[in-house]
Every structure is written in C-alpha cells, then in structure tokens.
Design a protein around this ligand. Structure first.
Ligand SMILES: [Cu+2]
Length: 119
C-alpha cells in the first residue's frame, strides 16, 4: 500500500512538472506547410495546449508583406487548442502564417510557416 502511494505521488510530481514546462507548440495547421492546390478560405492552427484566444493571434501575409487575413483570429468553439482566421481571396503565390499565442498556463510562444498556393 505504501509503495502504491509513493508511486502515485511520484507520478503526480512528474505530471505537474511536465505541465509546468508545457508550452503551446504548433501541432497541425490547415493549410499545412508546403504547396496547396487551391486557395484556402481560412487558416486553422492547432496547438499542443489550450490557448487564451484574447491574447492569441494569427497574421497571414503575402510575399510583399501585405496582410491577407481578415483580422482577428477566432477561437474554434469546443476546441480550446485551436485558432482560426478567415482569409481574403488568395492569388497563386507564397504566404506566411505567423502566430503569437498565449496558452492557458500564461506562457507565450510564437512561430511561423509558409504555404504556397499553386498557380
Ligand atoms: Cu508553458
């Protein structure tokens, strides 16, 4: 019995440490990095942690640095680790998605990737 309690305590400690060090990392994105055949209407990014949508944003820019997203990124209902932003109609070309997010543990993280709309 004592062994069990110690083992559970150890597991709890590992669990807590793991959580404290967890930052929101990009888990998947739509469109994904690379080439897409048709212009997407929105960008949806999914992270490894739940986000604070009010403090999280996505910017999508074209090769000239012009914004092509339609503004504020929105939380996806029922999907706390997911953020979406609508796009203006995209021509063929390469676009950069930059995300700056705050996860529910208040940690900030940011990053970017590119996708290309094929001609
Ligand atoms: Cu964190």
């Amino acid at each position: 019995m004592r062994g069990w309690i110690m083992a559970l305590g150890l597991l709890a400690m590992i669990g807590l440490t793991g959580q404290a060090e967890a930052h929101a990392k990009l888990r998947e994105a739509s469109p994904a990095e690379g080439i897409v055949k048709s212009a997407p209407a929105e960008v949806i990014v999914t992270f490894t942690e739940a986000l604070e949508p009010k403090f999280s944003k996505i910017e999508v820019t074209d090769s000239k640095g012009q914004r092509v997203d339609q503004g504020t990124a929105q939380a996806v209902p029922g999907e706390p680790a997911r953020l979406a932003v609508a796009l203006k109609p995209l021509a063929a070309g390469t676009y950069k998605v930059t995300w700056r997010v705050v996860s529910v543990d208040t940690h900030r993280s940011e990053g970017s990737y590119q996708f290309t709309v094929a001609p």
